[in-house]
Design a protein around this ligand. Sequence first.
Ligand code: SF4
Length: 320
Amino acid sequence: MFLKFMNITTIKSIKDIPQEENLSPGTPTCAGCGGLLSLRHCLKVLGENIVVVNAAGCFTLLAVYPFTPFKSSWLYTAMACAPAGAQGIRDALDILIRKGRLDLKENVKVVVLTGDGVAYDIGLASTSGALYRNLDFYYICSDNEAYGNTGFQSSGATPFASKTGTTPIGRISPTGLELPKKNLFEIWRSHTPPYLATISPAHPVDLINKFKKAEQYKGPKLFINLSPCPAGWVTDPSHSAKFARLAVDTGIWALKEAIYGEVKHTVVPKSFRPVEEYLKGQGRFAHLFKPVRQEETLKRVQEMVDQYWDNARSSESRKR
Ligand code: SF4
């Protein structure tokens, strides 16, 4: 069943997800990697006529010469400069189109792939520059909430109370990280890009429709994907989709989009489950439950989530 929306063909159910695959199975990422689950869906919409610009991070593991799971081209960059690499590729493609050596109809898209360490921290300045220049590209941040492939150290995306390689639990610091997660969505939104969204591997219909919607805009199109990470979250690889779903059902991960800065939530649970259901079962939050329950910390996490949704509701009602 297809639905026409703003001249875009969106899908309604999981049965409508395109069958074609542009990412081969058997990549060297960890089993159950949430970032990879989403990337597979993203590429179903982006197609194979793309150039992937991959900043150093977990997805470095994807293409190991001479093997690649991508049907498309792939360029590898250092952590800070993927948007600069994307600018170079875009400029080269535009020159070829201008000279008539590349058909405009081929519509080669430039896609930056990063992890949260790059997006939230090391590459933030170069992304800001690309947004400012209105570079016509896609940016997918696989947000596993830490520096995953170097030992799960804290990044700007790490949530309050998470245990990481650099915030171990001890007598002096029983809480884990004491800082809140940086609000990258709002940082990016302040540049008013044409399209910005959060996505989740547990909501592929929402994900696919967001990519389809983004296609109509020229300029930066950005996606932040909450990526369950069995290695760092200390969860069973078969539970990645479960935790991704719980993140949305508890309200800790809001699925939303911003078109030229105008925010809309795309999936809002009828009633939110307690955030504890999401935290429980993840090794990175185990210290909040054992050997003693950290009631104050659990209350604080719930309050942060409640506060977010109170603000979202009042800003929605102001718009009406
Ligand atoms: S460390 Fe985590 S994010 Fe990185 S490949 Fe493994 S599961 Fe995926």
